[in-house]
Each structure stands twice: as structure tokens, then as C-alpha cells.
Design a protein around this ligand. Structure first.
Ligand SMILES: [Zn+2]
Ligand SMILES: [Zn+2]
Length: 117
């Protein structure tokens, strides 16, 4: 219990240190995530709480990602169709002799052009 409390304290101290450093200009909060370039909700990630000003700036998505244990073969696509649709797409793609990904891109492009079929 004590160690987790200590960890919590260290985390709070590190977050306060970052907030102060940003306030006084020691640290500059970038407008983009250092991993994916997203501009949404940039947060300071501490690889090591004992180094409060050693931070990596990440969007909330990437930040959640670094705290989640890594899984093998994680799907990197941001757009994920429902499984049933995905299976159908794959079959269609095989019939057309192209990859399922490019078929999805083709379908999306057509959809966005208003040729929804
Ligand atoms: Zn990101
Ligand atoms: Zn973090």
C-alpha cells in the first residue's frame, strides 16, 4: 500500500512540476503529439516520475496507449468496420484481387464523394 501511495505522490509532484514549468516557460507544451502528430488534447507523459521535467508530449490516445501493456499484432488501422462487414469486405476484395484495406479506402472515397453504393 505504502509503495502505491508513494507512486501516487511522485506522480502528483511530477504533474505539478510540469504545470509550473509550462507556466513559467521552462517547458513548452507543443501543439502536436510527438508520436502521431495529433493536435487533440496534448498531455505530458512521464517515462519516469523521478524526473519530473523529463516528459513526452502525447495526445490522449497515444498516452492511453503507452500505459496499456503492449499486445502483439495490434491493429493499427484507425477505421475499423464492424466484424461482419469486414468479413464481407475481405471476400469482396479477394474476388476483386485487391487487398481489403484498399477496398475499404476505395469504398470510403466513393462514399465521401457522394457515390455511396
Ligand atoms: Zn498521438
Ligand atoms: Zn503517462
Amino acid at each position: 500500500m505504502a509503495s502505491s501511495y508513494e507512486k501516487q505522490r511522485a506522480k502528483q509532484r511530477a504533474q505539478t512540476a510540469v504545470a509550473c514549468a509550462v507556466e513559467n516557460g521552462t517547458l513548452v507544451r507543443p501543439s502536436r503529439c510527438s508520436r502521431c502528430g495529433s493536435t487533440k488534447d496534448i498531455q505530458a507523459h512521464h517515462p519516469d516520475y523521478s524526473k519530473p521535467l523529463d516528459v513526452e508530449w502525447l495526445c490522449c490516445k497515444c498516452h492511453v496507449g503507452v500505459h496499456r501493456p503492449r499486445r502483439q499484432g495490434e491493429i493499427k488501422m484507425t477505421f475499423r468496420p464492424p466484424l461482419a462487414l469486414w468479413r464481407e469486405t475481405k471476400i469482396l476484395a479477394i474476388n476483386k484481387g485487391i487487398s481489403a484495406e484498399s477496398l475499404v479506402i476505395q469504398a470510403l472515397t466513393a462514399y465521401m464523394k457522394g457515390e455511396g453504393r
